[in-house]
Design a binder for this molecule. Sequence first.
Ligand SMILES: [Zn+2]
Length: 424
Amino acid sequence: MNRRELMLAGPIFAAQSRLGLAQSGSSAKPDGPAETPGTPPTILLNDYLPHSIYQIPVTEVPKAKFRVFDGHNHGHGPLSVTEMLKIMDKVGVEKSVIFTGATTVDRFNEIAHGYADHPDRFDLWCMFDLRGIDETGFGSNAIKSLEECHRAGAKGVGELHDKGRGIFSGQNAVARGSVHTSRPEHGRSQSNLNGGPTFTQDPSPPPPPDAPIGPHPDDPRLDQLWDKAGQLGMPISFHTSDPIWSYLPMDNTNDGLMNGWTWRIVLEPGTYDHDQLVNSLENAVKKHPKTQFIACHLFNLDYNLTRLGEMLDRYPNLYADIAARFAETATIPRFVHRFLSKYSDRIVYGTDVTYNEPFFATTFRILETEDEHFYMRGKVETANFNFNYHWALNGFGLPDEVLRKIYYDNMAAIMARAEQNRES
Ligand SMILES: [Zn+2]
């Protein structure tokens, strides 16, 4: 079942509205069911797209207050590299990590060629080559591929994913079936309420029903690869699990229901649930202290940043990026302000989407301003910031010293620290 079919097969959630309309007993809604006089109208949640009516300050932030090092991007996509650079210059992005998705040096070189004229603007990362993971003696080829990519200029490894069925990457995903869930960074074009964001990669194919489960991050077969990455001075970007609403019951208690439904996770026998996935990555981080790990998307603990904070306290080699989790955190701005201020040395700015100015402006608005209760549906042509969440966004109003670190310094520090730990 592809994404479109999933959407079409989606549930119809109805909500009872308490609008003034109800008081009048009007049945004016043109395409809805006829109203019984005196009862409120029925509105499908799919149709519910509120607009903020508050007459409060709106701050436009087209350019970041400080220079930016984007720690999470998948490439220029439909843009040319020149067009991408033009946007970067305009919005204040000095440097970007590009996840090439390459598992072999040949593929890496092919992609790197396009960025070769701008080595100071792009850090290209590679993937692990996990072919033969189930075979005895797995490892030497994977290590060789990693070393070759590193010699060719790969600065880190990622974005690796485990959404329950273990890690697959690049050609492994195609050959063996990828995880059939769902956040935008997997390149599926999201059937959003108002047209979703444009993402860089082609959709991953759904896995065949008998696709084998890949290794989870704490699988001993991967130990040699985590260590090797550390020895080569290559940090790891790892996406584990997904936002919690995708795992919760799809009923009227699910706080992020419509988005949770869009990206819902169907757990099958042998797959890991949210908690197991978080634990598995934590085990790898703990076991490999000389390797620097960036847990993508706030470790997918946006709903429980306290747990992420406790791990950041325990493991100095752990960082997290905030890429594609602005909508999930902009609903609790004061808590997030405190969290980001406390862990200001450990959080990295990231985008995860094809570059476009409105997207950047919205992330800057959330990080820098105290604007409240705004929606970014439809207003942002190529980045529907609210995704399918019904809640409004609010700014964190972070102080300058925190912004400087999150925007740039932390990513630079991770690279420097990985380099320091490198074994020549
Ligand atoms: Zn990503």
